[in-house]
Design a protein around this ligand. Structure first.
Ligand SMILES: C[S@@+](CC[C@H](N)C(=O)[O-])C[C@H]1O[C@@H](n2cnc3c(N)ncnc32)[C@H](O)[C@@H]1O
Length: 203
């Protein structure tokens, strides 16, 4: 059986208001991720949230006094429709094909990268084409090799997921050119090994 496109699945979820469950379910991990990434930036910063869902992280970033601009992108039409209704700059954009017309100081993504066939190639594109010098990337993934509980997600959702280990993510960041590369577990709670948060800086 062929897998379905992740963006179609998430459009269905948006129509059933399951974006709200992701917003509350991912909040602890994202708060920790932003607390890691924002102090790595100096002065006012522009930001993009990749795979932004209903846009909740963009609205959170907008409330930061140092955030001069924030853009959200997602390949799901229903997610982007919801995001736009709540206000802000959002684009319907399918990766890896889409490219922004400007570079950013912060690239954030939560629970998005592993839906791509080649997420490590996307890290290189982020580094070379999307990020300003001294910019920071922070990405969170809950589907990864060490999270055994997540191994059946591709089959149960019938969606492609690329399963990488913590070390493969770390090496992928280094190979893309990032410095100060760190991988950490965030959003830890009973019965959950944590979101793997991957961060690094463009020199
Ligand atoms: C698990 S949801 C996470 C949404 C949001 N980051 C959050 O934490 O609530 C993954 C999102 O990635 C989007 N997505 C998946 N594959 C994509 C692709 N190839 N291009 C753009 N967006 C994609 C989906 O439409 C979905 O909204």
């Amino acid at each position: 059986m062929t897998t379905r496109d992740a963006t179609e699945l998430f459009s269905e979820w948006a129509l059933k208001n399951r974006d709200e469950g992701m917003e509350s379910g991912h909040a602890n991990s994202v708060n920790e991720m932003l607390n890691i990434a924002i102090p790595m930036l100096v002065g006012p910063f522009s930001a993009i949230d990749v795979g932004c869902g209903n846009g909740w992280v963009c609205r959170k970033l907008q409330s930061n006094d140092n955030c001069s601009k924030v853009v959200g992108i997602d390949g799901s039409i229903e997610m982007i429709t919801k995001a736009k209704q709540k206000g802000g700059e959002f684009h319907l954009a399918k990766l890896p094909e889409w490219a922004p017309s400007q570079k950013f100081d912060l690239i954030h993504s939560m629970e998005f990268l592993y839906y791509l066939k080649d997420p490590l190639e996307m890290l290189k594109i982020f580094f070379n084409e999307w990020l300003n010098d001294k910019g920071v990337l922070i990405a969170g993934v809950d589907h990864y090799l060490e999270n055994v509980e997540s191994h059946d997600w591709p089959e149960s959702l019938n969606v492609h997921m690329t399963t990488l280990s913590e070390e493969q993510w770390r090496q992928g960041m280094v190979d893309a050119g990032f410095t100060d590369v760190e991988t950490r577990r965030v959003g830890l709670k009973l019965g959950f090994v944590g979101t793997l948060a991957i961060s690094g800086r463009k020199p």
